[in-house]
Design a protein around this ligand. Structure first.
Ligand code: PRP
Ligand code: HPA
Ligand code: MG
Length: 178
């Protein structure tokens, strides 16, 4: 075990079992629809890879990179697009794949942008949801886990770009932030 873990919040097994469930539901809902899954980089990269393997219908993929946290644990409130999509979304069934929804600012910004580009439908799947932190109203179609109000890392989630490669999700010891 790593020595910077205060508490393991979700084990590798819990995460993977939940992804199997989400994959089944999404496969059923999108049967025959050829959806476009959009990974919100960088945090959603692990979840995207594991989830796609559990979706049984044909899916196309693309990536967007946005950033609002930088090396802080609080959203700056300004969503910066670092990389836009390569794919035309007009007329497509878009599924946004996110690791965590916290204030909701990132996804509210992205959803508005994709609606303006005239996608045929837009749904959101997130592995983690922190509903108590929400600053804007947001409809979430598929949710893995509701989590407590603590800054989490691992499985794609970072603090200052660290911990993304850890296969489980945890609360780090307080000294990590100092
Ligand atoms: O609901 P919000 O308060 O907007 O927070 C959620 C977003 O913040 C994180 O991304 P971040 O901006 O840290 O970029 P990263 O994915 O590259 O870490 C996370 O991956 C979500 O995209
Ligand atoms: O809890 C979190 N951890 C890492 N990144 C985040 N971005 C929003 N909330 C979080
Ligand atoms: Mg981050």
């Amino acid at each position: 075990m790593r020595n910077d873990v205060l508490e393991v919040v979700l084990s590798e097994e819990e995460i993977q079992n939940k992804i199997i469930e989400l994959g089944k539901q999404i496969s059923k809902d999108y049967e025959g629809k050829n959806p476009l899954a959009i990974c919100v980089l960088k945090g959603a990269v692990m979840f995207m890879g594991d989830l796609l393997k559990r979706i049984e219908t044909d899916v196309e993929i693309d990536f967007m990179a946005v950033s609002s946290y930088g090396s802080s644990t609080e959203s700056s409130g300004v969503v910066k697009i670092v990389k836009d999509l390569d794919t035309e979304v007009a007329g497509r069934h878009v599924l946004i794949v996110e690791d965590i929804i916290d204030s909701g600012l990132t996804l509210s910004y992205l959803s508005d942008m994709l609606h303006r580009r005239n996608c045929a439908s837009l749904k959101i799947v997130t592995l983690l949801d922190k509903p108590h932190r929400r600053k804007v109203d947001l409809h979430i179609d598929y949710r893995g886990f509701e989590v407590e109000d603590a800054f989490l890392v691992g499985y794609g989630l970072d603090y200052g770009e660290k911990y993304r490669n850890v296969p489980f999700i945890f609360i780090p010891k307080p000294e990590v932030y100092s």
